[in-house]
Design a protein around this ligand. Structure first.
Ligand code: SF4
Length: 320
């Protein structure tokens, strides 16, 4: 955990006018306001598909959406989000379900550890917070599987706190447009916190994510459409030097190949278990490597270790 992730909300809003400010406080404020105005102007004409979690301030729904949207395309998240909240409308409903039930509803999203983490987080919310999603950064960060981005997203998008969020889209805008160089996580967080116009935490955060997703896209950005093009450091250099977003805080690198990976085998196995238990001789072929039982066994051991699979009294494998 970085210092910024563990800090209080008040600390998180420290201004970036430190010993070597990335930009002057006046410039940072002006950039934040320009992005905020752009987001407001987009309004219902936004080219981004309608995202259902934007019409709620229910912190549980926001938490679910943020966990789901990590590493999964939004087109797949939207129907899963509705299904999940229909099954588990509150932390208490989720916590009182078996993890296997939660994993079944998680079908199609991949990265099943996230479902386990959400289940653990729901359990902690019920046991430690009377079933109410906490509204402080430290308490959110203490929930199992909740990291700096997710905690801040819940604060901004459920509680309308004036706190910035840095995902891969926001990270591109910050590094390219505001700093003109790659940023460390603590720098990116301080910078974005300082950009949030007072009272506009939700609106600014959504605008920044949209700007990165729609305009300051990976690859070739659409600079003529950008509200901060005149202030953009990378554009000012005609983008002739390497992309500052590469390796910058929050910006995802290239994903490892899925086909043929252990991750693929793990996904196949959990998928099969959603339909019922498996006997040990079935495992190698279900993972996709019928001629490599050792690899299949390794995957089984990993899934059992992660709590995503158990053996029943007969030695068959099933969801917990
Ligand atoms: Fe990104 Fe271009 Fe906007 Fe700069 S001007 S922030 S590179 S879209």
């Amino acid at each position: 955990m970085t210092r910024a992730e563990g800090t209080s909300l008040a600390d998180g809003r420290r201004r970036v006018a430190g010993a070597a400010p990335i930009r002057s406080p006046t410039q940072v404020t002006a950039i934040g306001q320009a992005i905020d105005r752009w987001g407001t102007a987009q309004g219902s004409n936004s080219r981004r598909p309608e995202l259902p979690w934007r019409s709620t301030r229910d912190p549980w729904a926001v938490l679910v959406s943020e966990v789901m949207a990590q590493q999964t395309q939004l087109a797949r998240v939207v129907p899963a989000y509705h299904q999940f909240l229909a099954a588990f409308p509150t932390p208490e409903a989720c916590a009182s379900a078996a993890l296997g039930q939660v994993l079944r509803v998680w079908k199609g999203l991949g990265y099943n550890r996230r479902a386990r983490n959400l289940h653990h987080a729901a359990t902690a919310i019920v046991s430690d917070h009377d079933g109410v999603v906490p509204a402080s950064l430290d308490a959110l960060l203490a929930l199992p599987g909740v990291g700096g981005y997710t905690a801040r997203a819940v604060l901004a998008f459920a509680f309308d706190s004036d706190i910035g969020v840095v995902d891969t889209n926001a990270g591109r805008v910050l590094s390219r447009g505001v700093a003109g160089r790659a940023l460390r996580p603590s720098e990116a967080q301080s910078l974005v916190d300082a950009m949030v116009p007072t009272g506009h935490g939700w609106q600014f955060g959504q605008a920044l994510l949209d700007l990165g997703a729609l305009v300051c896209v990976a690859g070739e950005p659409l600079c003529p459409e950008c509200p901060i093009v005149r202030r953009c450091r990378w554009a000012a250099r005609s983008r002739i030097d390497p992309d500052p977003a590469r390796g910058s805080a929050g910006v995802s690198g290239a994903q490892s190949t899925f086909a043929g990976s252990d991750r693929q085998g793990r996904g196949r196995l959990v998928d099969a278990l959603r339909n019922g238990s498996l006997s040990p001789p079935q495992v190698a072929s279900v993972t996709g490597w019928p001629d490599d039982p050792d690899r299949a066994e390794r995957i089984v051991a990993g899934l059992i270790g992660d709590g995503l699979m158990v053996r029943d009294g007969s030695g068959n494998l099933c969801l917990p």
